[in-house]
Design a protein around this ligand. Structure first.
Ligand code: PLP
Length: 423
């Protein structure tokens, strides 16, 4: 068996051991698949979660029970808007179910070009390229821009797609401390000018803890050293800024950011990703980017849905206001419960820190039993090896939903379930 599969099975088995459930055997492939099926029927762990029905942006039937969704990144609550669904259906009728190839091979559909133009306009950028997923957008942009002669500076807490983009580029990777512009400054000062390009990548809102890059500080370092700055606005596009463009928009620093990347899988409620910038050579990235060239282009339905959703995000700034209000309500409620939170600013990503993996799993299971779904996040996928119950707030949550989420967290904490398990 391949090493990657053995590692994956072992880590799932470890997680399920801690959860007090039966573990996987290593009889891959039959045993593995069988056990997954059995696991799905006896447990609610994250690996085996079955969502049978989505009732609305904030409700689903999970394992047979109606559940409040508080961990699905549906920030704008836009997944069931009639016009977005109608746009998707129309595209299915007119363009079919799939593109069956990359744009380099099969050409662009009019919808792809329209989405790029509308997005460029919304972002206030000259150029925009649409990718099939947000993950591929980071891969494609970073590896399209940087090559083996260049250096990419990454925040230590960067999303895996950013790390993977850097690996694919072949560039030298330099990590700096999370959100620490002084550390970046130090590393740049130490580096000899080798003639290569220098790209710094930060995120608008960090997906695990919900904190934001101190963009003004990074821009100061940029003025001193001169590098290209790329901001991944995956969790901030549609969410932050007077125009909903993201953190750079909120900070009034659009002009200081060279490239932005984002995804349609969160505030846009579809699937796909984008990169945008003003460099006159920007479109060359299409030909330098394997994740653009060697994969099928986004499906017509998804592209049409994204176009409709992006129009709504621009026309309905009240969604951002509502999201902010809801986030503040949840943040205050959790703070009143005495929960330890991932960051000290109100954010649509609110992460509750738990003492260890067993306690996090116990808490998560108790919350699922109580009827609220949040994300469970444990090392190695978390910053500083923290264990988190990660909530993402939606503009579609009502005050009553938020209060119920707080109440259920309160009830679960009061039972001491996490302390009992970790003792
Ligand atoms: C910061 C960040 N960038 C990129 C992505 C990839 O986006 P997608 O899931 O749409 O491929 C994610 C996904 O969670 C993310 O959190």
């Amino acid at each position: 068996m391949f090493t990657g599969i053995i590692q994956a099975v072992a880590s799932i088995a470890a997680l399920r051991d801690q959860n007090g459930l039966r573990t996987f055997t290593l009889d891959f492939p039959e045993g593995f698949c069988q056990d997954l099926a059995i696991g799905a029927s006896v447990s609610t762990d994250g690996v085996c979660l079955t969502v049978t029905e989505i009732l609305s942006p904030t409700r689903a039937i999970i394992n047979g029970r109606e559940t409040i969704l508080a961990g699905t990144n549906n920030y704008m609550g836009i997944t069931f808007e009639e016009d977005c669904i109608a746009a998707g259906k129309k595209a299915l009728d007119e363009f079919g179910t799939g593109t069956t190839g990359s744009r380099i091979a099969n050409g662009s559909y009019a919808l792809h070009t329209q989405l790029e133009q509308e997005l460029a306009q919304m972002l206030g950028r000259e150029h925009c390229i649409v990718f099939t997923t947000g993950y591929q957008a980071n891969l494609g942009m970073i590896a399209g821009l940087a090559g083996p002669r260049d250096t990419v500076f990454l925040d230590a807490d960067s999303h895996s797609s950013i790390y993977d983009g850097c690996t694919l580029s072949g560039a030298k990777l330099v990590r700096f401390r999370h959100n620490d512009a002084a550390d970046l400054d130090k590393r740049l000062s130490r580096m000899e000018d080798d003639g290569g390009g220098r790209l710094v990548v930060v995120e608008g809102i960090y997906s695990m803890l919900g904190d934001r890059a101190p963009l003004d500080e990074f821009v100061e370092v940029k003025k001193k050293h001169g590098f290209e700055l790329l901001v991944d606005e995956a969790h901030s596009f549609g969410v932050l800024g007077p125009n909903g463009r993201g953190l750079a928009d909120e900070a009034g620093l659009d002009d200081d950011v060279d490239y932005v990347v984002g995804t349609f899988s969160k505030s846009v409620g579809a699937i796909g990703g984008y990169g945008a910038g003003n460099d006159p050579m920007f479109d060359m990235i299409r030909y330098a980017s394997r994740p653009y060239m060697f994969t099928a282009s986004p499906s017509p339905a998804s592209v049409a849905t994204s176009i409709a959703a992006i129009k709504r995000l621009q026309a309905e700034p009240e969604r951002r206001e509502r999201l902010q209000k809801n986030s503040a309500r949840l943040y205050a409620g959790f703070s009143d419960l005495g929960l330890q939170l991932g960051c000290d600013v109100v954010s649509p990503v609110i992460a509750v820190t738990c003492p260890d993996e067993p306690s996090t799993i116990a808490m998560w299971n108790a919350l699922m039993e109580a009827g609220v779904y949040v994300n469970i996040a444990v090392p190695p996928g978390t910053p500083n090896k923290t264990c988190l119950l990660r909530c993402s707030v939606s503009a579609a949550h009502t005050d009553a939903d938020i209060d119920r989420i707080i109440e259920l967290f309160g009830e679960v904490v009061a039972t001491g379930v996490h302390l009992a398990k970790s003792a």
